[in-house]
Design a protein around this ligand. Structure first.
Ligand code: GRF
Length: 207
């Protein structure tokens, strides 16, 4: 059975593009992106979705002025229309810039993953690449993890290290990490789609 994936975006959409390209090229099997939902009307991610013929929905947070729960309900209803719910499908946060309500996170417990541009639990939150540079880390990277109510704290599915080079700027480090993100996220979706992931407390077992 093909896994229905809903991707939540807010901006550039390069990770969405990596997933769509992997499916298109036959490297990611058993999954299709059924809906791309954007929190911003002008997101480039929407153009990418359209280029791949994927349905999109925009809930422009800046103009809607909704309470968090009300806003999240819009997303939940849209996902449900595409058979993505508490028992089927997968939600991928790919550069989604909003914090989701506890109710939403609980609903998709074990069915929602996020990509973060650092080796968690180091450098949680915004500007992770800048945090790594400012801290003087020699190695950073990226992490795909299940989403839990606490931000960037869920069980880790996969990570990839990227060395910090002398003379790196936030941009240059982010660029090298992004190359790895584009490989790691489709791989994690593939593992989920083929039913190879099992959450055991804090650990994700890969069969
Ligand atoms: C990526 O660096 C991702 O790790 C972070 O937000 C950025 C999104 O980039 N969560 P894009 O929109 O996928 O290009």
């Amino acid at each position: 059975m093909t896994l229905d994936v809903g991707v939540l975006v807010s901006g550039r959409g390069s990770n969405l593009e990596a997933i769509l390209a992997s499916i298109h090229e036959g490297q990611l099997l058993g999954a299709r992106v059924s809906i791309v939902i954007s929190s911003a009307a002008g997101a480039r991610a929407l153009e990418i979705a359209k280029r791949f013929g994927v349905e999109t929905e925009v809930f422009d947070a800046a103009s809607l002025h909704l309470k968090r729960q009300e806003y999240d309900k819009l997303i939940m209803d849209s996902l449900q229309k595409h058979k993505i719910n508490s028992t089927s499908g997968l939600v991928v946060l790919a550069g989604f810039d909003r914090i989701l309500s506890q109710e939403f996170v609980k609903e998709f417990s074990g069915r929602m993953i996020n990509i973060h541009p650092a080796l968690l639990p180091a450098f949680k939150g915004l500007h992770a690449q800048k945090q790594a540079l400012e801290f003087g880390a020699k190695v950073s990277g990226c992490t795909v993890h299940f989403v839990v109510p606490e931000v960037d704290a869920g069980p880790i599915i996969a990570q990839k290290a990227v060395e910090v080079e002398e003379g790196d700027t936030e941009e240059s480090l982010a660029e090298r990490i992004l190359i790895e993100e584009h490989k790691l996220l489709p791989k994690a979706v593939q593992l989920f789609a083929s039913g190879r992931l099992r959450i055991d407390g804090r650990r994700v077992l890969v069969r």
